[in-house]
Design a protein around this ligand. Structure first.
Ligand SMILES: Cc1cc2nc3c(=O)[nH]c(=O)nc-3n(C[C@H](O)[C@H](O)[C@H](O)COP(=O)(O)OP(=O)(O)OC[C@H]3O[C@@H](n4cnc5c(N)ncnc54)[C@H](O)[C@@H]3O)c2cc1C
Length: 464
C-alpha cells in the first residue's frame, strides 16, 4: 500500500496550491483528480469565462467606437473560432499543471478517490493509499433543481462546450455566474432574458450595485423577470419554455441555462463513514487552519462554503502548507471577512468589505456613506442617456474607517485590487481624501467624495 505525507483529493485551485507549496519542503504528496488538472477555474470557470468576456467586451467597444468617430463594421462573431482557441489555451494550462507537478515530484493519480478510513483513501480502480494528512478539495458542481423538465436546461459547464451561440436564451438565476453569462451572451448578440426568484439582481451585493446593474441590463435589452419561482421546464430541445409557479409560461427559448448555485462535491466520498461532519448544503465545517472535526483530515476551497473564489482556495492551500512546513514565515489564516469580489458583468462590478445594510447592522449610527453616480468619459458622446458608473464608500466610527467599497462601471475590476489593500490596512476617509487623484480617471472619484450621509437604517434587501 502506497503511503504519502499528504493526499489531496481534487486537483483544482485549492488542492494544487497545497500540493505545490508542500512538495518543495520534501513532503511526499499525491493529488487525485480524474479530470485534466486545474479544476473548475481552469476548465469550466474563471479562465474560459474571462476569455469569453473579452470577446463580449470587444464587441461592446466595437459597437460604441462610432461615438468617437471610429468607423467599424461589425460582421458578427466567429464563435467556433473563439471556442477552439479557448479550448487550446485550457489544454495548455492542463499541461502546465501536469508538468509542474511532475517537476515537483508530486504524484497525480487520475482517478476519483474516496475515504475508507481517517488516513486511508481508495481510488476508483480499487487501489488503497494511506497518508498522514488528507486534504479534501473537491470543489463543487452546478445545481440543477429536481423540477419537471429540468434536463432541458443547460449549466455553466455546458456553456463552455458550445461551439455556436443560440439565438435566444433564458438564464435562470441572478447571482454572479448567471449575470456574467447573461451579459456576455447579450453583448454577443443573443436575445437574453434573466429569470430569478430574487427581487433584485446580485442580491449579495450592495443595493446600489443591484440598481445600477439593472439599469445597464435594461439599456442592453436584457429582460429581467425577478421575484418569480420556476416550476419546471417544458417544450423541447431548441424551443424550451419556462413554467412559473402560478401558471405563467415564458419562452420558448433556444436554450435555457440553470445558474441557481453550486453544490459542494462532498456526496459519496465516504466522509460520513469516517465521521467527517457535513453541514447543511453539503459543506464541510473547518477551523481557521482548515481542520475538519476528524484529526488529520482538512478541507478547503468551495467545499467549506465560504468565499467560493479561486484566490481564496489558493490562499487557504498555500497558507496551510506554510503552517505545516514553514511556520517561520509566520503564515496567518485566511480572513474570510475581507475578500474583494468582482463580477465580470457588463459593466464590471466589485466590492470589498461590508455593504451599507451590513455596516448599519454592525456599526449602527456611526455609519457614514459617500457615493456618486456619473457618466464616464468613455461614453461622453453617446446618444441619449447612458446608465451610470456608480461608487460608494461605507465608513464607520469617529475616524470614518472605510469598511466597504462598492463600484460598478468600466474597469472597476482592475481598480478594486489596490483599494482592497487600503481597506485591509485600515484606511480612513481622510487617508483617501489626502491621496492625490489620478486625473482624468473614474477611479479618482473614490478619493474625491464629499458630503456623506448617514447609513440607511433599514436595508433595501434581506440579504445585503
Ligand atoms: C462559471 C464560473 C465562473 C467562475 N469565475 C470565477 C472568477 O472569475 N473568479 C474567481 O475567483 N472564481 C471564479 N469561479 C469560482 C472558482 O472556479 C472556484 O471557487 C474554484 O475553482 C474553487 O477551487 P477548489 O479547489 O475548491 O475546487 P475546484 O477548482 O472546483 O477543483 C475541484 C477538483 O476536484 C475534483 N474532484 C471532485 N471530486 C473528486 C474525487 N472524489 N476524487 C478526485 N477528484 C475529485 C474535480 O474533478 C475538480 O477538478 C467561477 C466558477 C464558475 C463555475
Amino acid at each position: 500500500m502506497e503511503h504519502y505525507d499528504i493526499i489531496v483529493i481534487g486537483g483544482g485551485s485549492g488542492g494544487l496550491a497545497v500540493a505545490e507549496r508542500a512538495a518543495p519542503h520534501g513532503a511526499r504528496v499525491a493529488v487525485f483528480d480524474p479530470k485534466p488538472l486545474g479544476g473548475t477555474c481552469v476548465n469550466e470557470g474563471c479562465v474560459p469565462k474571462k476569455l469569453t468576456w473579452y470577446s463580449a467586451e470587444h464587441m461592446s467597444h466595437a459597437r460604441e467606437a462610432g461615438e468617437f468617430g471610429v468607423d467599424v463594421e461589425i460582421k458578427g462573431i466567429r464563435y467556433a473560432d473563439l471556442a477552439n482557441k479557448r479550448q487550446s489555451m485550457l489544454k495548455d494550462l492542463n499541461q502546465f499543471w501536469s508538468g509542474h507537478l511532475e517537476k515537483l515530484d508530486v504524484t497525480h493519480i487520475p482517478e476519483r478517490a474516496r475515504l475508507t478510513d481517517k488516513n486511508k483513501v481508495v481510488s476508483e480502480s480499487g487501489t488503497e493509499y494511506t497518508a498522514e494528512r488528507i486534504v479534501l478539495a473537491m470543489g463543487g458542481a452546478p445545481i440543477v433543481p429536481p423540477l419537471e423538465g429540468a434536463e432541458l436546461g443547460a449549466t455553466s459547464d455546458d456553456f463552455f462546450e458550445w461551439t455556436e451561440l443560440p439565438g435566444s436564451i433564458a438564464v435562470i438565476g441572478a447571482g454572479y455566474i448567471g449575470l456574467e453569462m447573461a451579459g456576455m451572451l447579450r453583448s454577443l448578440g443573443v436575445k437574453t432574458d434573466v429569470v430569478a426568484m430574487e427581487d433584485r439582481v446580485l442580491e449579495m451585493f450592495d443595493p446600489m450595485i443591484s440598481q445600477a446593474l439593472d439599469q445597464h441590463m435594461e439599456y442592453q435589452g436584457i429582460d429581467r423577470h425577478l421575484g418569480v419561482k420556476v416550476a419546471g421546464l417544458g417544450g423541447k430541445p431548441g424551443a424550451v419554455t419556462i413554467k412559473l409557479e402560478g401558471g405563467q409560461e415564458l419562452g420558448p427559448y433556444e436554450k435555457v441555462l440553470w445558474a441557481v448555485g453550486r453544490k459542494p462535491a462532498t456526496a459519496n466520498m465516504g466522509l460520513e463513514e469516517v465521521g467527517v461532519e457535513i453541514a447543511r448544503g453539503g459543506i464541510i465545517p473547518v477551523d481557521e487552519w482548515q481542520a475538519t472535526n476528524v484529526e488529520g483530515i482538512y478541507a478547503l476551497g468551495d467545499i467549506i462554503g465560504k468565499g467560493p473564489l479561486t484566490p481564496v482556495a489558493i490562499a487557504a492551500g498555500r497558507r496551510l502548507a506554510d503552517h505545516w512546513y514553514a511556520p517561520e514565515s509566520n503564515p496567518v489564516p485566511v480572513d474570510y471577512d475581507q475578500i474583494p469580489t468582482v463580477t465580470f458583468t457588463h459593466p464590471t462590478a466589485g466590492m470589498v468589505g461590508l455593504t451599507e445594510p451590513q455596516a448599519v447592522d454592525k456599526h449602527g449610527d456611526s455609519v457614514r456613506i459617500y457615493e456618486t453616480q456619473f457618466g464616464g468619459l468613455n461614453r461622453a458622446f453617446a446618444e441619449g442617456e447612458v446608465p451610470p458608473v456608480a461608487m460608494k464608500l461605507v465608513c464607520a466610527g469617529d475616524d470614518e474607517k472605510v469598511v466597504g467599497i462598492h463600484m460598478i462601471g468600466a474597469n472597476v475590476d482592475e481598480m478594486l485590487q489596490g483599494f482592497a489593500v487600503a481597506v485591509r490596512m485600515g484606511a480612513t476617509k481622510r487617508d483617501l481624501d489626502l491621496t492625490i487623484p489620478l486625473h482624468p480617471t473614474s477611479a479618482e472619484e473614490l478619493v474625491t467624495l464629499k458630503e456623506g450621509r448617514p447609513g440607511r437604517q433599514k436595508g433595501l434587501s434581506k440579504a445585503a
